[in-house]
Write a protein that binds this ligand. Structure first.
Ligand SMILES: Cc1ncc(COP(=O)(O)O)c(C=O)c1O
Length: 435
């Protein structure tokens, strides 16, 4: 077990747990060997089952897959009880907006729920082109393409754009979808320490020559930490080393910058300096899907060749129409962005005043509260829910074991009294669980 995470357990408790799990595992392995059609022999499945059994053996209720009974906004109903909710990406509070619902309903009445085919072959609807034009205009880009999932967008676009002779340099905290895309591509993958531009430069300078093409991938607003990159620095880096720069601004749109345009607005960078903009429809735009915005030559090629688009159904018409309506509301009602940012900043500063570790959070839309071990994060989350506040734990391996955390997502719908109440309850929940 040397070097393995302790998950917040004492030595004796860890030993007892390991012995219990070993006995259970022996039984499972006997069962797996006796069942030739089973899946129990897959190593990843075995590892996952071990964690599941460990959590169960410790008597901890899983915080995951808890049903929200209505719309999960700034408040939500879980198990029949209303709680203050920090678990949704509805940054601008638009998911319940009647104007968005009307746009979705209108598109559904016109085109049905599904477009029932890939857009290439009979799935194209006017709502797709309207949304893509809106996205392209937002980034000052020549064209944009929307796909049915944000995650799949990164996987398929990165997987298609680069290949085994290329290099993908990315922030170590980059979203899983980007690393999956890089893996699929077969390119050499080089992570650099989170937000460390100097380290990124060193890595790129060292590796660039051996690679045919290089792609640098950063997020505009990091989902685990709530901080932002030095965008101007990354533009300079990409130009100096003849690399493309791709920015995943999934959590930046509607959140970062004075009017929520995203990280380019906050950084004062011309968005045309970024070679590929990527984003999702599932957060600020309260829909579902992903997009890229770039030069027309790239987007046109993707439109005809990228597998996750060509061989996949078109974005559902109500989802496309909802996202376009959300874009319009975001532009027309900048108070939403201001309120979201004020909410996150107040929460972060109240946490800091109580000695809670909010890391490098910029206080824009995401605030992590770092607690230490995964076990502690899960226990604090459970204690907090008991106290009427929903915030999910982020545990190893999503973050290093010593930096397991609760993650708070904010909304323009949160009210100051709820934020103050949530921080008071959080401080009490943290104090109730031993470090
Ligand atoms: C940075 C980032 N990129 C991509 C995605 C995937 O987007 P979606 O959840 O819309 O599929 C996420 C999801 O949270 C994300 O945080």
């Amino acid at each position: 077990m040397t070097g393995a995470p302790s998950f917040g357990l004492s030595g004796a408790a860890r030993l007892a747990l390991v012995q219990r799990l070993a006995r259970r595992r022996e039984g499972q392995e006997r069962q797996a060997a006796a069942d030739p059609r089973g899946f129990g022999a897959i190593q990843n499945l075995k590892d996952w089952a071990l964690v599941r059994d460990g959590v169960e053996a410790l008597g901890i209720e899983s915080p995951y897959f808890r049903p929200h009974e209505g719309r999960a906004g700034a408040r939500s109903v879980i198990a029949g009880r209303e709680v203050i909710n920090f678990g949704s990406y509805d940054y601008l509070g638009l998911n319940g907006d009647p104007r968005i619902h009307a746009a979705a309903a209108d598109a559904m009445a016109r085109h049905g729920v599904s477009c029932s085919a890939s857009r290439l072959v009979s799935g194209e609807r006017p709502v797709h082109g309207a949304l893509e034009a809106r996205i392209a205009a937002h980034y000052g880009a020549e064209a944009a393409l929307v796909l049915t999932s944000g995650h799949a967008t990164n996987v398929t676009v990165i997987g298609h754009l680069v290949g085994p002779r290329d290099l993908v340099l990315h922030d170590a905290a980059i979203h899983n979808s980007c690393t999956e895309g890089a893996r699929l591509s077969g390119a050499r993958r080089l992570p650099f320490p989170h937000n460390d531009l100097a380290a990124a430069e060193r890595e790129l300078a060292r590796a660039r020559r051996a690679a045919q093409r290089a792609l640098v991938v950063v997020e505009g607003h990091y989902s685990m930490d709530g901080d932002v990159p030095d965008l101007a620095g990354f533009v300079r880096l990409a130009r100096k080393h003849d690399a493309w720069l791709m920015v995943d601004d999934a959590h930046g749109l509607g959140v970062v910058g004075a009017t929520g345009k995203g990280v380019f607005e906050a950084a004062g960078v011309d968005p045309a300096e970024i070679d590929i903009w990527m984003g999702t429809l599932s957060k600020t735009l309260c829909s579902c899907g992903g997009y890229v915005a770039a030069r027309a030559e790239l987007v046109d090629w993707l439109r005809y060749t990228v597998p996750g688009f060509v061989y996949s159904v078109g974005l559902a018409p109500p989802l496309a129409a909802a996202a376009t309506a959300a874009f319009d509301i975001m532009a027309a009602e900048p108070w939403r962005v201001a309120k979201l940012q004020a909410n996150a900043l107040l929460f972060r500063d109240l946490c800091r005043a109580r000695g809670l570790d909010t890391g490098e959070s910029a206080g824009l839309g995401i605030v992590p509260v770092v607690l230490g071990s995964s076990l502690r994060a899960v226990q604090v989350s459970a204690a907090l829910l008991e106290r009427g506040v929903n915030a999910l734990p982020i545990v190893f391996p999503a973050v290093p074991e010593k930096t397991a955390r609760l993650r708070f997502f904010f909304s323009a719908e949160h009210e100051e009294a709820d934020l103050r109440e949530a921080v008071a309850q959080l401080a009490a929940a943290v104090a109730s669980v031993k470090a």
